[in-house]
Write a protein that binds this ligand. Structure first.
Ligand code: ATP
Ligand code: MEV
Ligand code: MG
Length: 397
């Protein structure tokens, strides 16, 4: 049970290959990013449930008795493999006054929180009155898995607060992880948060947020890649906002309309993920230039495929053109339609060249930065180990 404050964090992700195809049972390769979402939970002074979301300018507060009236609608839902039902979502929308239709950023964050709070309370015993702050280094809705990092943090914090999982011993460490079976439970609940936000998620984003590292994901099967080369990636945020839920729904419509045309494209994306995995393994053993050439070509082919299935955007085309002018290869990452692109850098790509590419991208109004990938999954932090920026967001300094 929650006697003391708890701080957890989960990473965002970059999908190397397989976005959208993974929703339709194909393989995806995804890596955890060194940008994280942080959540602090502590008992509230007055027994209310309070959540502050500074990235999206939301602050929400409920009396615990108000939330108790909703619990019966969630108590039948005791199996964590069951999806959020339409009745449950309608009840939450009625309770919060959120209109039906396509909910906005704040509404989605509110619905995902209430859904997890109530379902976890109904199954494991009510989460006590708590005060929660969630703050992220990730841009919201830009293709870097912000919704999954949010859901993973909520699942980890709420499951720990109600005693469904233990508080991993920190033993003088600045970060601690839960045992595997508890991580699996966190992942399954986070998937349900993603279902509220995305509609029909594949589960790849929450799996990377939970497990970290480099993963192959297909139809719920998660395989950690053991031998991975160090990859240099330039990330570019076009700052064009888009909704993963709508993009995923658009791809489904296209597949239903043109199955004979779209299914081969998905099969080809699947083959690209397989080929990329083999090349990454080969690179880890023997880093030859020709392996990087193959990775670059796979980026180009997949970017064309993603345009064909309708998730491209003129801003993403501009990223590809601007980087191609510097001899670099890019593709969109995540749901597309704007959001972020990734550019592959070779180990010996000249930093001056990268700077020049970043200047060109900046002139288009985009923000870009070189990243580390393969960060660790969800973890618990000691307060003293947190960066000043995080403490500031939590109003601790
Ligand atoms: N820091 C945050 N605070 C509150 N809500 C958040 C936060 N980060 C993400 N969200 C929720 O997640 C939604 C964005 O999810 P969406 O899936 O559209 O984008 P993404 O996860 O960033 O990109 P992708 O799914 O393509 O990787 C927001 O509308 C909001 O409801
Ligand atoms: C577009 C998509 O494939 C990746 C979003 O990061 C959706 C999903 O897998 O849930
Ligand atoms: Mg998302």
């Amino acid at each position: 049970m929650l006697a003391e404050p708890l701080t957890v964090s989960a990473p965002g992700k970059v999908i190397l290959h397989g976005e959208h195809a993974v929703v339709h049972g194909k393989a995806a390769l995804a890596v955890a990013l060194n940008l994280r979402t942080f959540l602090r939970i502590r008992p509230s002074g007055n027994g209310n449930v309070f959540i502050r979301l500074p990235n999206i300018g939301a602050s929400l507060n409920w009396e615990i008795v108000q939330l108790q009236t909703l619990l019966t609608a969630f108590s039948a839902d005791l199996d964590e493999s069951i999806s959020p039902s339409t009745e449950q979502m309608d009840k939450l929308k009625e309770f919060t006054g959120i209109a039906t239709g396509h909910p906005d950023t704040q509404s989605l964050a509110t619905l995902a929180f209430l859904y997890l709070y109530l379902s976890i309370s109904a199954k494991y015993g009510q989460v006590p009155g708590v005060e929660i702050v969630v703050w992220s280094e990730l841009p919201t809705g830009a293709g870097l898995g912000s919704s999954a990092a949010y859901s993973v943090c909520l699942a980890a914090a709420l499951l720990t607060a109600c005693g469904a999982i233990g508080r991993p011993p920190e033993e003088g460490m600045s970060v601690a992880r839960w045992p595997e079976e508890e991580l699996d439970l966190i992942n399954r609940w986070a998937f349900r948060g993603e279902q509220v936000i995305h509609g029909k998620p594949s589960g790849v984003d929450n799996s990377v947020g939970t497990w970290g590292g480099v993963l192959r994901f297909q139809s719920g099967k998660i395989t950690s890649l053991k031998r991975v080369p160090t990859l240099r990636i330039l990330l570019t945020n076009t700052k064009v906002s888009r909704s993963t839920k709508l993009l995923v729904a658009g791809v489904k419509d296209k597949i239903l309309k043109f199955p004979a045309i779209m299914n081969p494209v998905l099969a080809s994306i699947d083959a690209i993920s397989q080929e990329c995995e083999s090349v990454l393994e080969a690179l880890a053993v023997n880093p030859l230039q020709e392996h990087y050439s193959v990775l670059e070509e796979l980026f180009d082919i997949n970017q064309h495929h993603l345009n064909v299935i309708g998730v491209g955007h003129s801003s993403l085309d501009r990223v590809c053109r601007a980087t191609a002018a510097r001899g670099l290869h890019s593709k969109l990452t995540g749901a597309g339609g704007g959001g972020c692109a990734i550019t592959l850098l070779r180990p010996d790509t000249d930093p001056l060249m990268v700077e020049a590419a970043r200047r060109d991208l900046g002139a288009c109004g985009f923000e870009s930065w070189e990243t580390n990938i393969g960060a660790s999954g969800v973890c618990l932090h000691s307060l003293s180990s947190l960066k000043a920026e995080v403490l500031q967001a939590f109003n601790e300094i």
